[in-house]
Design a binder for this molecule. Sequence first.
Ligand SMILES: [Zn+2]
Length: 341
Amino acid sequence: MPCPKVSLAPTCEVDLDADGKHHGYIRIQFSSDRSAYGWLPVPIMSIKNGDGPCAMIIGANHGDEYEGVSITNELYQTLETSDISGQIIFLPAANAPAFYAGRRTSPLDHGGEANLNRLFPGDQYGSPTEMIAWFITNHLIGRAHAIFDLHSAGKSIDHWPSVKIRLMGDAVKDAVQMEFLRLFGAPLGIVGDRVHETTLSGEVLPKDIIYLSTELGGAGKIRPWIRDFGFNGMKRCLRRMGILPEGLDLPDPEHDVRLMNMQAGENYIFAYKDGMFEPRVNLGDEVEDGQFAGLIWSLKEPWAPPEKLHFNRGGVVFCKRTPALCEIGDTLFFTLNDYDG
Ligand SMILES: [Zn+2]
């Protein structure tokens, strides 16, 4: 393993230009009360076999999203250099401090709520999460022909599984993205052109790199049926890129993807009071405009009538809050509507 130069900026133990199978850490310098000259470990792995297409697979961009971690780990551990052409870079726990803490956000900076996916492009001498974003922006994104950002919903939310693409305005690349979206095998495929600044997708889209993100369930757990189609789907995409051999036998996509628009403001139901949230519909249900969605019960006045919730705009129930206790401002549900491209 190469020994990185001493630096206050992030450094990488893995030589990403080297052929073969390698793993180690991105070292995030963190001079703390507990460890004056210490660094935080962000795992990174690479399998490279000559020149060719490069895919980067990212898990735990938010630290409590576990499906992508499982998929990334198993791919790295089961693939050998001779199995691939080109390169796969694996970043299984992008917000590693948050992942180690079992949290969406890192407890180390930004008031204990550092959300990596709101801190791009980052800062090489900034806080730990800003340094991770800077390393991804400046040392990883430019290597990849396609980036697969494997999110799920995390502890506080659950999603009906989906893959999302952002249209690039390039007919050839958009056709490839659409093909990946079908190959992944999720029930829903979300198509849009909206990105938010300070997110990874916002950083990638102007660079003209193919980018897929997923929502592979959530609720702070891993469900086998979702993880398994995600694992197969990731391999189908790598085969389509030419990284895995064309003749590799893989199952057909597990679901015929249903194309959906990105959600609009009217698709949401927010909590407007604190209390106990009781959903009355399930993820994946089809609901009508105005349909009864659930209740919020008062915690301290059980004799008080509950707040009744209704969908403003129907569609497929895509997002549902997981914990029963809620506060004003929490997202409780949102729906998605069929793609009208
Ligand atoms: Zn996420």
